[in-house]
Write a protein that binds this ligand. Structure first.
Ligand code: B3K
Ligand code: ZN
Length: 892
């Protein structure tokens, strides 16, 4: 396999000024005629156009058929030598959308045509310079049978439509903005749509449209609302106005990921468009809002300013995730009281950090560890990762923390002033921010900060606190280290250097009161102080502190690091009860729970009896009884840390012991605090009309968590309550919440009855059947044999990524008991499924392949069969480049 390095970037030797595409759409043989206006920038340069799975029909230069000896074509590219400085190149090629199971390029789903081009799918549509720094103006003509494909969509504005002979018709589209080919899109087929006209702040009217299968249009209204909210938010928060007259979203059932930000024509996985209270959960609603926002925000951060090369992916993804996180937080806080709004923002921050710790921290410590700006790759599709996205967003957030919100907004403005219309690098972004930073903070710069873009791994910050009673001072020392993690793939990569870490800290006295913090030499006091650690070790002195305090560390998770500080359990309980920062308050509870679960995991592994400590039960009881906490936040505090996050703290992971210990804690909490959980159930009912807003959603979250905890504890009456809630539920959150608790902790017969009923109710809605598969895939009783049986169910297919994710991914990634059961049957199942998927869809197969990323960290009895399964996959003839990269790195 070929490794591509960031250092090897070379500009493309041609400019492609304009692209005119004509499509004759046919499921089995679509013809694509491409007319490129070229300017050669380097004397004698050969023109190399990428092309895969294409049949070349003809090549013309300036209207003349090109002689066969002037070009070559192979499985990767079309090469033409000796082109004049200016010319018009016309290429006709054909492709077969109906057999395209990769869902990259032009493909058919449910009889309709869709495209997916990012990162390198455009080369499966036509021969082209398939790289993001080649930007051109596009016009597109779509032709197809009018009865079969009444709707013909592409990027930008519609120029016209007309009927042709033989029942065909055509539509012509023009995108007024230069763009890289990865933002090209077309959609053709039978669709219904909803639309609305929105007015921008400068007074232009924009047509917002959402397309979906005929009959589902009323399920797209929440997406349409979210789109309008996104548009308004980007104007008010960042002054960024939509630049097109028309903005379209189209839903498809077959899609490799969440959605795609094609210019003016976003294509979405139907899972992130369709919703109504009957079949979508609160979580579905908030995902829809976040993803609609994310793709919309890409119009500026990604499309107007794009990436020079794919190593710069975080330039658009980290920044756009940061933007969608801020959007969701602002939407959650909207129309709440100040106190409720602060709590809603804390909940959003907690949820984002939970995701980061569960997905990105393990990645950053494993064989696929890479900086947010990777140095090399074999398959770029493998680098759409939690690191590039979620850690990338944290790196943007730290810049906002260092510059302040106003400074950050000014930096973003400067970024657009400098780079609008360009394809740029992460360094260009930091340079724009730095120009504002330096102007506002003389003597400071982002030189050390830039290392976040170069270094992989999660840094550890060790905190030491010294109280001097005589001097009434507290000295805080922070020391950072970054382990060498993952495989050193780059000869000469510099050793890990200290990073610029913004570290927010507070101090509480022994009764839990917040101490006003005053740094030596300063006159202002504050509740929270932002320390900037830029070297290996630094100290700060706080004055006027009479007694030894309890520190509240890394408030609001001000940097993506692991904090090491030797809290006593009593100090954690104090923080959990009193910390004024909602994030660190939650964190204290998570730390207490982690200690408890890890202690019990060791007991379980050693065959010792399990017993929950009374102090832990008391801490949870106090949270349950504390009157001031709102429901959503309370639920986050009470929820136990996830297995993936806990596993990172173990030297050798025994996943089954961990799952048993964690469930034991849940069950004991349910049993010992039954009356409190029941009160939480009774006090958090949400009668009346459904709304996905944060207050009712928070109530449902707490109520359903409480009910499931009662059932986990086998408390009398819990199962009957669950069955009653399942039957009477007025929304999917309650119905699914009850069903999930029955499947996890209920009696098998009761769970089966409900599952059967659920299937019959929702047979016709694939998105709900996905939930049905996922619930069973993660069920505590589900072993490999049961998953195989589900895979034989007539409703199962590997060809639909949502379905494959619902069953196969959920089992391999989120069912530790079933997947890691002794004997290795889970791993053999994984190998089979990776290979079967790879033959259809390498992009999706490579994601499943990553289920084994952390295999070296497991107990020896599991390591051996895991390694065997990995090797079996690696040696498979014809393995895709994508899966090869993942399994080879895992085995390195
Ligand atoms: N930019 C796309 C991701 C494309 C993934 C290609 N393998 C969606 C997004 O991040 O908005
Ligand atoms: Zn994105």
């Amino acid at each position: 396999p070929v490794t591509i390095s960031r250092q090897d970037y070379r500009p493309y030797p041609f400019e492609i000024e304009s692209v005119d595409l004509q499509f004759d759409l046919d499921p089995t043989r679509s013809l694509v005629h491409s007319r490129l206006a070229l300017q050669r920038l380097t004397p004698d340069a050969e023109l190399v156009l990428d092309g895969e799975e294409l049949e070349l029909v003809s090549v013309k230069v300036d209207g003349e058929v090109l002689a066969a000896d002037r070009y070559t074509v192979d499985a990767q590219a079309l090469r033409i030598k000796g082109l004049p400085e200016h010319c018009v190149l016309e290429i006709t090629s054909a492709c077969n959308p109906s057999t395209n199971s990769t869902l990259m390029g032009l493909y058919v789903s449910n009889g309709n045509f869709f495209t997916q081009c990012e990162a390198e799918g455009f080369r499966r549509i036509t021969f082209f310079a398939d790289r993001p720094d080649v930007m051109s103006r596009y016009t597109v003509t779509l032709r197809g049978n009018k009865a079969a494909y009444p709707v013909l969509l592409s990027n930008g504005n519609l120029l016209g439509e007309r009927d042709l002979e033989d029942g065909r018709h055509e539509a012509r589209w023009e995108d007024p903005f230069r763009k890289p080919c990865y933002l090209f899109a077309l959609v053709a087929g039978k669709f219904a749509h909803v639309e609305r006209t929105a007015r921008t702040s400068s007074g232009r009217n924009i047509l917002l449209q959402v397309y979906s299968d005929p009959g589902s249009e009323d399920k797209t209204l929440y997406a349409l609302d979210s789109l309008e909210r996104s548009m308004i938010w980007d104007e008010t928060r960042y002054g960024l106005e939509l630049d097109l007259d028309r903005f379209m979203i189209v839903a498809t059932r077959d899609f490799n990921m969440g959605a795609m930000e094609n210019k003016g024509l976003n294509i979405f996985n139907a899972a992130y468009v369709l919703a109504d209270p009957d079949f979508a959960t609160d979580a579905n609603y908030s995902d829809i809002e976040a993803i609609v926002g994310h793709e919309y925000f890409h119009n500026w951060t990604g499309n107007r300013v794009t990436c020079r090369d794919w190593f710069q992916l975080s330039l658009k993804e980290g920044l756009t995730v940061f933007r969608d996180q801020e959007f969701s937080a602002d939407m959650m806080a909207a129309s709440l009281s100040a106190e409720e709004a602060a709590s809603a923002r804390a909940v959003k921050r907690i949820d984002d950090v939970v995701t980061l710790r569960a997905a990105q921290f393990p990645e950053d410590a494993g064989p696929m560890a890479h900086p947010i700006r990777p140095e090399s790759y074999q398959e770029i599709g493998n680098f759409y990762t939690a690191t590039v996205y979620e850690k990338g967003a944290e790196v943007i957030r730290m810049q906002q923390t260092l510059l302040g919100v106003d400074g950050f907004n000014a930096g973003l403005k400067e970024y657009f002033r400098r780079h609008d219309g360009q394809a740029v690098t992460c360094d260009d972004f930091v340079a724009a921010m730095e120009s504002v930073y330096q102007a506002r903070h003389p003597g400071k710069d982002l030189t050390v900060f830039r290392r976040w873009y170069r270094q992989a791994g999660t840094p550890r910050v060790t905190v030491t606190l010294r109280h001097d009673a005589a001097a009434r001072t507290v000295t805080v020392e922070l020391a950072q280290r970054s382990d060498k993690v993952g495989v050193e793939r780059l000869p000469g990569e510099p050793d890990k250097q200290p990073l610029h870490i913004p570290f927010a800290i507070g101090l509480l006295d022994q009764t839990g009161r917040a101490l006003p913090l005053r740094l030596a030499g300063s006159t202002d006091a504050a509740d929270t102080v932002l320390l900037e650690l830029t070297t290996e070790r630094q100290q700060w002195v706080f004055e006027d502190i009479a007694d030894a305090p309890v520190p509240s560390l890394l408030r609001d998770f001000s940097a993506p690091v692991i904090v090491e500080y030797d809290f006593s359990d009593a100090e954690l309980a104090l923080l959990l009860a009193h910390d004024t920062n909602a994030f660190t308050r939650w964190e204290a509870g998570q730390e207490l729970a982690s200690r408890e679960i890890l202690r019990l995991t060791a007991d379980q592994a050693a065959g010792r009896p399990l017993s929950l400590s009374a102090s832990f039960v008391n801490a949870w009881a106090a949270v349950l009884r504390e009157p001031t906490l709102d429901a959503a936040y309370r639920e986050r505090v009470l929820a136990l840390p996830g297995e993936k996050t806990l596993a990172e703290r173990m030297t050798e992971v025994d996943p089954v012991a961990l799952a048993v210990a964690r469930d034991f804690v849940r069950a004991e909490l349910g049993r010992q605090l039954a009356a409190d959980w029941q009160a939480a159930v009774d006090n958090n009912q949400t009668p009346g009309e459904y709304s996905p807003d944060p207050i009712p959603a928070g109530r449902r979250a707490l109520k359903n968590f409480a009910l499931a905890t009662l059932q986990a504890g086998q408390v009398a009456g819990a199962e009957a309550q669950l069955e009653a809630q399942y039957a009477a539920a007025q929304n999917m959150t309650d119905r699914l919440g009850a069903l999930a608790a029955l499947v996890q902790f209920g009696e098998a017969a009761a769970a089966d009855r409900a599952l059967q009923d659920f299937y019959q109710r929702w047979e016709h809605e694939p998105l709900v059947i996905d939930k049905w598969f996922a619930l069973q895939a993660t069920g505590r009783r589900t072993d490999v044999a049961a998953v195989r049986k589900l895979a034989d169910h007539p409703a199962f297919t590997l060809r639909n990524p949502n379905r494959a994710r619902a069953l196969i991914f959920q089992f391999c990634l989120n069912n530790p008991r079933g997947f890691h059961a002794a004997g290795g049957a889970g791993y053999r199942f994984w190998a089979e499924q990776v290979l079967a998927l790879d033959a259809l869809n390498p992009d999706v197969a490579a994601r499943l392949a990553r289920a084994m990323d952390r295999w070296v960290r497991f107990v020896p009895a599991l390591r051996a069969p895991m390694r065997q399964a990995l090797e079996q996959v690696r040696k498979h003839p014809g393995l895709s480049r994508a899966v090869t990269e993942i399994v080879s790195k895992a085995l390195e």
